[in-house]
Design a protein around this ligand. Structure first.
Ligand SMILES: Nc1ncnc2c1ncn2[C@@H]1O[C@H](COP(=O)(O)OP(=O)(O)OP(=O)(O)O)[C@@H](O)[C@H]1O
Ligand SMILES: [Mg+2]
Length: 328
């Protein structure tokens, strides 16, 4: 792994415009790095801001009426906060591939799979036109779609969920991006297809040294696939932890997520859940946003503050004031 991170997300705050004068913070604040060839799992309850953070990496926040209000975001040294239209056409799709959360709805229903792949390939205007079909078939082969020549002429309604997701991944890797942002690429797929898609992402990483952000609600799955895990809670990144350390997490929220996983291998009988609900956007408490649900809460946690980013190991952090007391 190179020493310089490929992506630096530092104190990113994302606001949405509600009216001309009114703004609402939906991410506040996100901080973590991604190295070349690293797979990062991004987890957290629904509404914690995972998708909006992904959108900030591909410059599509404006399509949701949102924008980066503060912080720094760089990709290979390029300032993505300052990037404007033309700069994005050189980055989105070309250097950062995106598999959006709704991808299971599938590729464009009115275009053949081949036409969509051609479109993805031709984002590079210099790509030789006589080689486009060959490259489209090569991409379908990379994502292990059988009979690619036939699939090229099919429409999305003719494909299974797993095949649609493979096509979305083929489009995302068409330009050999250095980073793939995959927002819940396996939600809604059965477990065997899920495993195949995960294997595919791992193969892409080993072959091309691609960095991957994998958004998922499935902590055991993320834990198996990813090198490191970033945990979001109520608009903030609260922990970055190595997957192999997950049983020794340094934030009570990560521990609670891990303890509430469904373990099919060793069923625990009663399922554990996290007390209460995550605070919704616009209703975040000052101080630690997990305080009301936390077994380790004390007065200091409720003091109005931006929670500090406390180093817990090389490249890792927790925002829990009591991170080193959790096992006492
Ligand atoms: N345009 C908008 N206006 C107001 N609130 C918004 C807007 N877009 C997103 N939000 C809110 O921002 C928060 C973060 O949304 P986001 O989609 O990033 O969550 P998520 O972590 O991806 O959730 P999920 O796991 O359900 O996909 C949510 O509470 C959502 O309701
Ligand atoms: Mg989402």
């Amino acid at each position: 792994m190179s020493s310089q991170p490929l992506v630096v997300i530092d104190g990113i705050k994302i606001d949405v415009r509600l009216t001309r004068a009114k703004r609402l913070a939906i991410v506040d604040t996100a901080t973590f790095d991604i190295h070349l060839g690293e797979i990062i799992g991004l987890i957290g309850e629904s509404g914690s801001g995972k998708t909006m953070l992904c959108r900030s990496l591909v410059g599509t926040l404006h399509r949701r009426g949102a924008y980066i209000a503060a912080g720094q975001l760089t990709f290979d040294g390029i300032d993505l906060v300052a990037a404007k239209g033309n700069a994005w056409t050189e980055i989105r799709g070309k250097r950062i591939g995106y598999v959006p959360q709704s991808a299971l709805a599938g590729p464009n229903p009115v275009m053949t799979i081949g036409a969509q792949l051609v479109e993805a390939i031709m984002q590079d205007k210099s790509f030789p036109k006589d080689k486009v079909n060959e490259r489209a078939i090569e991409l379908l082969n990379i994502v292990q779609i059988r009979r690619p020549e036939v699939v090229m002429h099919q429409y999305q309604h003719e494909l299974s969920g797993g095949m649609k997701q493979r096509v979305m991944i083929a489009c995302a890797i068409a330009q050999r991006p250095q980073l793939i942002v995959a927002d819940e690429p396996t939600t809604g797929l059965d477990v065997t297809v899920q495993a195949e898609i995960m294997r595919l992402l791992l193969d892409i990483r080993s072959e091309f040294n691609t960095s991957i952000i994998l958004v998922s609600h499935d902590l055991p799955l993320v834990n198996q696939i990813c090198d490191n895990i970033v945990v979001m809670h109520a608009g903030s990144t609260v922990e970055r932890i190595a997957s192999k350390q997950i049983t020794d997490a340094k934030h009570p929220y990560t521990r609670a997520l891990y303890n509430s996983r469904i373990d099919l291998v060793e069923p625990k009988g009663q399922l554990t859940t996290i007390n209460g609900q995550a605070p919704t956007v616009g209703n975040w408490p000052a101080g630690c946003r997990f305080a009301d649900r936390c077994d380790f809460v004390q007065e200091a946690c409720r003091v109005p503050q931006t929670m500090p980013i406390l180093p817990t190991g090389p490249g890792q952090f927790s925002t829990c004031l009591r991170y080193n007391e959790l096992d006492k």
